[in-house]
Design a protein around this ligand. Structure first.
Ligand SMILES: C[S@@+](CC[C@H](N)C(=O)[O-])C[C@H]1O[C@@H](n2cnc3c(N)ncnc32)[C@H](O)[C@@H]1O
Length: 249
């Protein structure tokens, strides 16, 4: 995140204790009305935390959602990501999703029984993600999955794991794809891209992931993009718009 002062929090949930806590953690002002100067508005309402640009034609508020909509459909689907991350003969495979974002990929992996740890370096995205995971714990369909996920606010480049045990797989999805078909996704991505700071150095990210992984690093890329840091993977799994590049260690 560039300037967190550009983000303000509005409490629509009348939950002043929680609103004060969120505002303090993120060092953002808790306001009754949105000042014109704010670039983004974070809202606390009955559906949890969300964020929206402060502009008249703003897209719908963005939140980490694991219970309803597309998230419900993706849970348990036999997606390419599952094949890419899987290690034959080993279960459960432990995965460090080191660029967690809003946690969609991580949650899909957890729904397939992978032991998932999420890292997200941006404090605002981390807060949205933590809120989504908490809400998922309140629903029967997602409770167990959500409870199995560990989340840390940390940068992979400086993160030191608690234990000496390396994760089997490190999963990276550091980039916002330049082209995606759905206009809705485009708007959502544009919002996040606007909110977040510069991307991590690709070479350092891949190097650090290779140091920390026990078996392989899996990198999600837009189908036609260059490989991360221009480094050729050993194998690829190709989908319709996305591919997974695999680097054994
Ligand atoms: C494209 S999003 C990931 C989307 C995610 N795969 C999903 O399914 O929702 C990339 C995220 O990685 C985070 N990120 C980038 N570099 C990072 C790093 N070095 N350590 C931790 N998080 C990082 C960014 O803040 C951003 O939220």
């Amino acid at each position: 995140m560039g300037e967190t002062a550009q983000v303000v929090l509005i409490d629509h949930a009348q939950d002043s204790l929680r609103a004060l806590d969120v505002a303090a953690r993120l060092s953002i002002p808790l306001c009754e009305h949105v000042p014109d100067s704010a670039r983004f508005v974070m809202q606390l309402d009955d559906d949890g935390l969300s964020i929206q640009p402060n502009q008249p034609d703003a897209p719908a508020p963005l939140r980490a959602e694991f219970v309803a909509g597309k998230a419900a459909w993706r849970r348990g689907q036999g997606e390419l990501i599952v094949k890419a991350v899987n290690i034959r003969g080993r279960a459960p495979v432990s995965v460090l999703d080191a660029t967690a974002g809003l946690g969609r990929d991580g949650f899909v992996l957890a729904s397939h029984g992978f032991a998932v740890t999420l890292l997200e370096r941006d404090p605002i995205v981390h807060a949205l993600l933590a809120d989504g995971i908490d809400r998922a714990q309140a629903h029967d369909a997602t409770r167990e999955i959500a409870a199995s996920i560990s989340l840390y606010q940390a940068d992979l480049l400086t993160w030191e794991p608690d234990s000496d045990e390396k994760p089997d797989v490190i999963y990276l999805d550091p980039m916002f794809p330049q082209r995606r078909k759905s206009a809705k996704i485009k708007k959502e991505m544009a919002l996040l891209q606007d909110l977040l700071r510069e991307p991590s150095d690709e070479r350092m990210l891949l190097e650090r992931a290779r140091q920390l992984a026990n078996t392989k690093v899996v990198v999600k890329r837009p189908l036609k993009a260059e490989p991360l840091a221009g480094t050729k993977p050993s194998s690829q799994l190709r989908g319709r718009s996305t591919r997974f590049d695999v680097y054994p260690v």
